[in-house]
Design a protein around this ligand. Structure first.
Ligand code: 5GP
Ligand code: ZN
Length: 134
């Protein structure tokens, strides 16, 4: 997509430090890493987020996440990971092309877990929320 910075990376118009690539996805080092080896995995097709990614690409994207993680594991030997993505403004998404963050974690690195992202459970009980799904 025109003017999409990650589409430009895929098109080699902007350089990147590639960790893993295949026909469907590219994994490259984040330019402002929050951890050693902080990597982004993106589908080669443009999609704003997972909901807009065609089902046929989802399996390939997750496979690329695994391959990139295997590579990071071999090279950097982190002690753990946080893996996920920001979706939408409220979720903190800045780049409008789906990208999965692979955040290597190291013992005593001072970080937290995913539960630290937000603590806003609302007033309704879990059971009340569940009823909304029925
Ligand atoms: P978001 O908040 O959208 O999930 O995160 C976007 C990420 O993309 C940020 O971590 C940012 O450092 C990274 N990023 C933005 N522009 C570039 C770029 O041109 N190259 C690389 N390698 N990473 C980028
Ligand atoms: Zn794009």
């Amino acid at each position: 997509m025109e003017n999409c910075i990650f589409c430009k990376i895929i098109a080699h118009e902007i350089p990147n430090y590639t960790v893993y690539k295949d026909d469907f996805a590219l994994a490259f080092l984040d330019i402002t890493p929050r951890a050693k080896g902080h990597t982004l995995v993106i589908p080669k097709v443009h999609a704003l987020n997972l909901l807009e990614l065609d089902d046929s690409h989802v399996k390939n994207l997750l496979l690329a996440v695994k391959k990139a993680q295997e590579k990071i594991d071999q090279v950097l030997h982190p002690d753990g990971y946080n893996i996920g993505w920001n979706h939408g403004d409220a979720g903190g998404q800045v780049v409008p092309h789906l990208h999965i963050h692979i955040m290597p974690r190291y013992n005593n690195d001072g970080g937290a877990n995913m539960h630290a992202i937000v603590n806003n459970p609302g007033d309704e009980s879990v059971e009340e929320v569940y009823k909304l799904f029925k």
